[in-house]
Design a protein around this ligand. Sequence first.
Ligand SMILES: Cc1ncc(COP(=O)(O)O)c(C=O)c1O
Length: 384
Amino acid sequence: MKFIPYGRQHIDKGDIAAVAAVLGGDWLTQGPKIAQFEKALCAFTGARYAVAVANGTAALHIAALAAGVKPGDEVITSPITFAASANAVLYTGGKPVFADIQADTGNIDPARIEEKITRRTKAIIPVHFSGHPCEMDKISRLAKKRKLLVIEDAAHALGSEYKGGKVGNCRYCDMAILSFHPVKLITTGEGGAVLTNSRKLYEKLMLLRTHGITKDPSKLTNAGPYDGAWYHEMQTLGFNYRITDFQCALGTSQLKKLPAFLAARRRVVRFYEKELSGVPGLALPVEKSYAKSAWHLYPVRVKDAKTRKIVFDLLRTAGIGAQVHYLPVYLHPYYRRLGYKKGLCPNAERFYEGEISIPMFQDLKISETAFVARRLKKAFESLL
Ligand SMILES: Cc1ncc(COP(=O)(O)O)c(C=O)c1O
């Protein structure tokens, strides 16, 4: 039996043709495919503006900068996330503050956010873990009351819905970020985007994406009478976080298939639910009444770290690429050196100790899903 990874891209002939057409054309980068992809992202999510960038981490970085996060500012985020969500705050000189999670969804708990707000708090970065949306109405109400910006980390949640609206529509936030890494809902190889409904933030993000340089005649501040079409100005310290045209062509092609990808993931969920509900000691992921998950991950939970290790090893030995999401960010050695300590977020630590992500992607065959479920059940029998 071949190795079954926990996540994997789907690339078809249409995707390959879309990329090949760009490779044979005039624009490899800074061409028309970028805006085309951004427009498609806006049409899908309902956001007014999209800025496509090199990866999700770059998206987080420029979103934090556009939000005005400065050295000394605090930004509240979830410990159950990929390090990038918090690292983006460190890049700006700000301080990540971790608020504990809800034990069932693995998402940041609005009540715990409130306790962490201080005079230095500038923003909140909720992370829609595994694709399940956070309680955004509560988070956005808190943020409004305390004049904080909200950046949704929707790296797992393209296609998720919250209270009937698409995640990424920015109804409950100032900006939302996406990632198009191959294990995500759609892929551009590497890639990411920031979504926003604010013209002001959009303009800042566009500058930050490309060195802080503008060529837009209406924005130039120092152009003289003898300056021409060559003239451009660097107005802020930005980066080269651009994505290429061939990546965006792939992204646009992938986005057309996203509804089918989401339906396929949902079929896997239904199968896992049928096969695995009722297994003693195994908790399946939940989907709350306000939420529709894109099911980037299928995170099951067992009772403790010892059980997790036994089950995980049995799955891996059977050729099943289970994964664990996530070591709470503040427990990474780098963060510990910054002074964060074990015990900071007990729910997150418990969640981590029992979490296993089992394979979940659109091309997972029913026979593979059945094999995973069988092996998982067998692992539990061996524990009795
Ligand atoms: C929650 C979350 N945020 C941000 C990122 C960063 O995205 P990228 O890998 O595209 O830089 C990831 C990637 O794994 C992620 O899982």
